[in-house]
Design a protein around this ligand. Structure first.
Ligand code: GAR
Length: 204
């Protein structure tokens, strides 16, 4: 790329607290090598879109339903939007849709995901959101955490970039654990990983 800032798109589905952590880190100057220029939601009512609007970042809704329920058409619509905005780095921040190999091959080592466990525990298809924390509590593990990794065709299977551990308390519920993992791990390592990869891309 050579100089400048990596142009970042954040893909979201829901509340968008990880998007907010990125926006806040950016306004504190902690992502000097990147700039969030686009938010794409696959749910029209995602609160993340309000967060984007408040921060002055363009938000776009692309649903699979609007693409006739067709995965390929859905992914093509996302790729077209990413290309139109000349995106260098794609960040999945609570994006609850699985992307095909065709999609992930379009952006090799340019897609990051934040997952709410210490991969390879409690990850892969079916492990998302609160379910991850329910599974960790059901197993009785004493330590969990979060992982930021590159995205390839294997769900939660790409190279790990950063991880952070969080202790489980005896009185934790899935909800209390989810909140603590977000606050102590996800919101910290996601902005750091985004800056690390952005710096690598602009210095290439
Ligand atoms: C976060 O905990 C994120 O790690 C998780 O969903 C939540 C989204 O919250 N993602 C996954 O489980 C993906 N497999 P947010 O919308 O407030 O950022």
């Amino acid at each position: 790329m050579g100089g400048g800032k990596a142009r970042i798109a954040v893909l979201v589905s829901g509340g968008g607290t990880n998007l907010q952590a990125l926006i806040d880190a950016q306004s504190r100057g902690e992502i000097p090598h990147g700039e969030i220029v686009l938010v794409i939601a696959n749910k029209a009512d995602a609160y993340a879109l309000t967060r984007a609007e408040t921060a002055g970042i363009p938000g776009v809704v692309i649903t699979k339903k609007a693409c006739g329920g067709d995965q390929e058409a859905f992914e093509d619509a996302i790729i077209a939007q990413l290309e139109a905005c000349e995106i260098d780095l794609v960040v999945l921040a609570g994006f609850m849709a699985i992307l095909s190999k065709r999609f992930t091959d379009t952006y090799p080592k340019r897609i990051l995901n934040v997952h709410p466990s210490l991969i390879p525990s409690f990850c892969g298809e079916g492990f998302y959101g609160l379910r991850v924390h329910e599974a960790a509590l059901a197993k009785g593990v004493k330590v969990t955490g979060a992982t930021v990794h590159y995205v390839n065709e294997i769900p939660d299977g790409g190279e790990i970039i950063l991880q952070k551990a969080v202790n489980i308390r005896p009185d934790d519920t899935p909800e209390s654990l989810q909140k603590r993992v977000m606050r102590l791990a996800e919101w910290k390592i996601l902005p750091r990983a985004v800056e690390l990869v952005s710096a690598e891309l602009v210095n290439r």
